[in-house]
Design a protein. Structure first.
Length: 372
């Protein structure tokens, strides 16, 4: 608190007295610091002098982003991926290499492989999520309480640092409503229905939740020549463990509610891909695809060079040719740019369904197949 008060009272003097290299946690709480940091960087352009950490995406706060435009690199720290969780508690000589899923998707190929279904382990992985502190709590009431406390802390502190809003109590309930709509098309009217708030207010609140990395909108993939594509983003919670805690559900509920299991499996896969993309060097951008005839692809990945791959997600153990309908349309649309189309499902075998089309077990996202 002393450092916070000092930074607020005299930001220029605070920055001038900092050591040569420094980490400033929750830097967004003192917006006045950013102009002083900018001046310091302009005097000394050595990289890495300032590491600014925080729970807010400063790129969505114009006043902060503009101060350091061209002077900073943004690294988003996601909750833990399944590949990272698989390493927890293992000795260095026991750690398996990364799954290489994105490399296989964009060129390496998946080949034929057999393995066991995830079954209940998939439902547990969805409800566990990837927040490290939450995973130290036992499943059930104590883990849900951690998420509740976390959301309350975010609302009471981080949101107030960004802006002053009159209905702080609405934010946790709006996030809960968003959890129920995860993996569906973004619909502000549907989300606003339980609240006595205007649509512009709900939109503002949703932007705040995005700035906190609690939810995100997945943009539609389209080009100007395709008039029949749906140009509405999809809504995804930032973590399925958070979504399940907000909805007060565990693996048992997912076993009986197949619709909700399908939604959360799609978000689970999407967030795993987002997390793995952080160490995928060519870089990828994420979209979804849907046309007015109802053909859709849950996740579209566009590689830096313009190559495109599509992923459809199924929580079940069976794949049929019809499950590739959207992928075939996407392939026809992008032509030679199409790298692969994959249906991820909770099955046992990786098998082809035509040129560049394949059904692949979900667990292949974080596990390399055994060598023949």
């Amino acid at each position: 608190m002393v450092s916070l008060n000092a930074a607020q009272d005299d930001p220029a003097g605070f920055v001038a007295d900092l050591p040569d290299r420094v980490i400033l946690d929750e830097a967004q709480r003192v917006p006045e610091l950013f102009s002083s940091i900018k001046l310091s960087i302009d005097r000394d352009r050595r990289p890495g002098r300032f590491v600014l950490t925080g729970s807010t995406n400063v790129m969505l706060v114009p006043r902060l982003a503009d101060s350091l435009a061209g002077r900073m690199q943004i690294l988003r720290l996601h909750p833990l991926s399944q590949t990272e969780l698989a390493r927890v508690g293992r000795h260095a000589d026991e750690i398996k290499p990364e799954s290489g899923f994105l490399d296989a998707l964009f060129g390496g190929g998946f080949g034929m492989s057999n393995g066991e279904r995830l079954g209940p382990n998939l439902r547990e992985g969805i409800t566990n999520g990837g927040y490290p502190a939450a995973l130290t709590r036992p499943p059930g009431r104590r883990r849900i309480q951690w998420y509740t406390d976390y959301i309350n802390a975010v609302v009471q502190h981080d949101v107030n640092d960004l802006t002053r809003i009159t209905r702080l109590d609405a934010l946790p309930r709006l996030l809960q409503a968003s959890a129920a709509q995860t993996a569906r098309l973004f619909n502000v009217s549907r989300l606003a229905a339980p609240f006595q708030l205007s649509l512009p207010t709900i939109r503002t609140y949703l932007v705040l939740l995005e700035r906190m990395f609690l939810l995100e909108r997945l943009a539609p993939w389209y080009n100007n020549r395709l008039k029949r594509l749906v140009k509405t983003p999809k809504l995804h919670l930032g973590d399925t463990g958070l979504a399940c805690a907000l909805l007060r559900i565990g693996p048992e509920r997912l076993q009986t509610d197949r619709v909700l299991l399908g939604q959360l499996t799609e978000t689970f896969v999407y967030q795993e891909l987002r997390r793995q993309s952080g160490w995928y060097h060519p870089g990828v951008r994420f979209f979804h695809y849907r046309d007015k005839d109802g053909a859709e692809v849950d996740v579209v990945l566009e590689q830096g060079g313009g190559r495109i791959a599509g992923i459809e997600v199924k929580a079940g153990a069976t794949v049929r040719s019809g499950d590739f309908r959207g992928l075939r349309k996407l392939a026809k649309t992008v032509g030679d740019r199409f790298a692969a189309g994959v249906v991820l499902y909770d099955g046992e075998i990786s098998v082809g369904f035509g040129p560049k089309l394949r059904a692949v077990p979900i667990r292949r996202l974080w596990e390399r197949p055994p060598l023949p």
